[in-house]
Design a protein around this ligand. Structure first.
Ligand code: ADP
Length: 616
């Protein structure tokens, strides 16, 4: 027999405290969470709620009818055949049983897997909407992502139980009163004798589950490790590294190591659960047994007839089952409520950006100003951007250069409103950008990020961000030409209808890094926003494509204000002004000629880079 690791007394006390604190600390209580969930469910499908009631009442009536059916059948058998009245009663009871069984089954059919899946998808939908809409900074917060994961997992795991629980507790409440009333007619004391051990069984159940709940920290690490290794196996983008670097064996070993540890804890859990289950059976049976002995004694001594004996015998069994189920439901409700709290915590994540109203955005060219802006990433100690002030003038092409980690990408994200400055302000034509409506403000930027990703959709949909019917195809082709990707797209069998996403569509294609970058550029050009932000747009391009890009850049940015980030200093010659950044602050600023003349850091970096090309 497996020896369960000791749960020491002090820890056990603390665990109970933690458990209670968690239940207490939840923002919303069980009743409020259930009401909230039911309102949501009712909002999307009234029938789910109706079927809950139909099944609860259907099963309740069936169970009551069943114990009377047994009673009359026994009376009929004891008294011989031919008793017309008893036969009629039995037939009526059979018909009633059939009727309620049928409607409960029909309602259950509606509320079966489809109903459950729709319920889960409904919650998933709410979470997805929020995750796509919430402030970008929130997406980067670990705590927030954890809440999202817990909410998704919790909804999947507990939604079916929630609907089941609700109907079960309605049914069992009705049964509790009905069977208690039936037994009270015989002797009131039968009721507590049956109910109390069943309640004790509930506490044993809680003790059992608390251990599982609190010990989870011991195995979550191994589960995460196994999940990670599994994901490496599934991830197409990592497949080549795994093969080329011969990492399969290492990964398999790591998986086996974690698996072994996980199994150890499964064994522990099984042993713990087994002990509690045995104890529960003893406790729950004790009450029922005492009550059975009592009614058997009554029938043997002729105090009650055989028909009534069967009635009370069944009533004891049903009452005990109803209390057990009721207690089980409480655990289920607590669990569901905990998960709904995660859902609500995520849905209620505070968003600081303005979503409604706001100032009208300027129609013409615009000037962006950073005024004493500092920015510290969430959880970081030091600011990445420090007291930064600069202006991107209307129609200007400004280059942002600096070593890796200088803060260039952070500036781009701050400018387009993805991050909110920790200190200072960012102004668009003299107005703090917080005063504009977020969605409209986003519309002001065409951005190409280093890690811009294409979606699993057609090329046309990726470039235009719209369905094919709504897209302006002539403009789309024009932008593809400007970005230097038109010929490549036309060479494909399905041309612009070709899809990306090889893990999603069997006929999908993939592009090289440089080709993807060109497509992302075409997408930015298609958007044709007043401000163009290009973050290392040539990083993946070959020398010819890079040269073309520089030449075309002057044309792309005509009539726009634009920010061009590159660590290749040669590219910045096409810009009006260059800003050299170091540790989040401006080190030098001026035109290429001015900075070269100045002979500072920019001039030094430029000479180092050009020496490679000149072979010096
Ligand atoms: P650059 O674009 O100049 O290479 P970034 O703006 O990407 O630099 O990054 C500046 C610094 O901020 C880096 O030191 C980086 O480690 C840090 N950083 C970037 N993104 C995050 C993030 N999401 N969370 C925490 N730190 C970050």
């Amino acid at each position: 027999m497996v020896k369960v690791k000791k749960w020491d007394k002090q820890k056990k006390k603390e665990d109970w405290g933690k458990y209670r604190a968690e239940i207490k600390g939840m923002k919303y209580g069980i009743a409020k969470n259930i009401a909230w969930a039911m309102k949501k469910i009712y909002g999307y499908d009234k029938w789910v709620v109706a079927t809950v009631l139909i099944i609860a009442f259907g099963d309740y009536f069936r169970n009551v009818i069943l114990i009377y059916t047994d009673k009359y059948i026994v009376e009929l058998a004891a008294g011989g055949f031919g008793q017309t009245r008893l036969i009629a009663v039995c037939l009526l009871l059979f018909a009633g049983n059939f009727f309620f069984h049928f409607i409960a089954l029909a309602a259950g059919n509606y509320n079966g897997y489809t109903g459950f899946r729709r319920l889960v998808d409904h919650f998933y939908g709410l979470l997805m909407e929020k995750s796509m809409d919430t402030d970008y900074e929130n997406n980067e917060r670990m705590e927030n992502n954890n809440n999202l994961n817990k909410a998704r997992e919790g909804v999947m795991a507990s939604s079916r139980d929630m609907v089941y629980n609700l109907r079960a507790s309605i049914q069992h409440t009705l049964e509790l009163f009905t069977f208690s009333a039936i037994l009270s007619v015989l002797d009131f004391w039968l009721v507590p004798i049956v109910i109390l051990p069943a309640v004790a069984g509930y506490y044993i159940e809680r003790h059992k589950m608390l251990w599982v709940w609190n010990m989870a920290d011991n195995w979550q690490l191994y589960e995460r490790q196994m999940e990670y290794i599994n994901s490496v196996g599934k991830d197409f983008s990592r497949a080549k590294d795994v093969r080329l670097f011969g990492m399969q064996e290492w990964l398999e070993k790591a998986f086996r190591r974690s698996y072994k540890e996980r199994i150890f804890w499964y064994r522990q859990q099984d042993a713990w659960v087994f002990r509690h289950n045995v104890l529960q059976v003893f406790v729950r049976t004790a009450g029922k047994l005492a009550a059975y002995v009592y009614v058997i004694w009554l029938v043997i001594h002729g105090e009650i007839g055989v028909g009534d004996f069967v009635l009370y015998f069944n009533a004891i069994m049903r009452l005990s089952a109803a209390v057990d189920a009721w207690c089980g439901n409480i655990n289920g409700y607590q669990w569901f409520s905990k998960n709904i709290n995660y859902v609500r915590a995520y849905l209620e994540t505070e968003d600081r950006t303005r979503r409604t109203g706001g100032r009208a955005l300027p129609k013409t060219t615009c000037e962006m100003e950073f005024r004493n802006v500092s920015y510290t990433y969430f959880g970081a100690q030091t600011p990445v951007i420090q007291n930064l002030s600069f202006t991107l003038r209307a129609g200007e092409k400004l280059a942002l250069v600096g070593l890796n980690g200088a803060g260039k990408t952070t500036i781009v994200k701050l400018m387009c409103g993805l991050y909110d400055p920790t200190e200072g302000e960012i102004l668009l034509n003299g107005v703090n950008i917080k005063e504009y409506n977020r969605e409209e403000y986003f519309g002001f930027f065409s951005a190409v990020f280093q890690d811009s990703a294409l979606l699993a959709a057609s090329i046309a949909e990726n470039v235009t961000g719209q369905t094919v019917e709504k897209a302006d195809r002539a403009r789309m082709f024009e932008c593809m030409k400007k970005a230097g990707i038109y010929e490549k797209v036309m060479s494909l069998e399905k041309k612009e209808e070709t899809r990306f996403g090889r893990g999603v569509y069997p006929d999908a294609t993939d592009f090289s890094g440089g080709e993807k970058q060109k497509l992302v550029l075409a997408k930015a050009l298609y958007k044709d926003a007043p401000i163009l932000l290009l973050d290392e747009p040539t990083a993946a391009l070959d020398a010819i494509a890079e040269q073309e890009m520089y030449l075309n850049y002057v044309e792309f940015s005509k009539g726009k204000s634009s920010l061009f980030i590159s660590h290749r200093l040669a590219s910045t010659r096409f810009c009006d002004r260059i800003m050299l950044l170091e540790k989040g602050a401006v080190l030098e600023c001026g035109s290429h000629e001015e900075l070269m003349e100045q002979g500072g850091e920019y001039a030094k970096l430029f000479r180092i880079q050009s020496s490679y090309y000149e072979g010096a």
